[in-house]
Design a protein around this ligand. Structure first.
Ligand SMILES: Nc1ncnc2c1ncn2[C@@H]1O[C@H](COP(=O)(O)OP(=O)(O)O)[C@@H](O)[C@H]1O
Ligand SMILES: [Mg+2]
Length: 143
């Protein structure tokens, strides 16, 4: 799925996340780029819902990583949601167990992937969020 999408509400962001979720498979890495408040966590909530995650998906800024068992389809057993905002570089990212998470075969969603630098594998997919107005966001998808 590729393209630049203009959404006007959280509901439209969730709808887009649902379309993205339908194309994911275990082991995929999604890098979510964009400023604070651009909608990365909101998009991840929509993705989690579509993957059958039960319970709330909150911003992992303070605990960095959250693991959500996914029950929607047998092919994706786990969603791992990371927010690297508070980390300061590749050594920090390695210290949270980055390589173990990569090897886990989960769908891995990474907010602030810039912090991981060259640790982001080349096969990772990228989604860029731009704040365009109160509920207006531009979401550029390359997966
Ligand atoms: N179209 C939209 N898509 C996503 N979030 C939106 C949208 N419109 C308004 N918002 C609001 O913007 C905020 C986005 O926050 P969040 O998803 O936590 O951003 P980030 O994770 O990028 O810092 C939320 O309060 C959300 O309700
Ligand atoms: Mg966030």
């Amino acid at each position: 799925m590729k393209g630049s999408f203009e959404v006007q509400s959280v509901e439209e962001t969730w709808a887009l996340a649902t379309q993205v979720a339908a194309e994911l498979k275990a082991g995929d890495i999604l890098c979510l780029e964009g400023d604070l408040g651009a909608g990365k966590t909101t998009f991840t909530q929509g993705l989690a819902h579509a993957l059958g995650v039960k319970g709330r998906v909150t911003s992992p800024t303070f605990c960095i990583v959250q693991e959500h068992p996914a029950t929607g389809g047998a092919s994706i057993p786990l969603l791992v949601h990371m927010d690297l905002y508070r980390l300061h570089g590749e050594d920090d990212v390695l210290a949270i167990g980055w390589e173990d998470y990569l090897a886990q075969g989960a769908v891995l969603v990474v907010e602030w992937p810039e912090r991981a630098g060259s640790l982001i594998p080349p096969e990772a997919r990228h989604i860029v969020f731009l704040h365009r107005g109160e509920e207006n966001r531009q979401i550029d998808i390359d997966i």
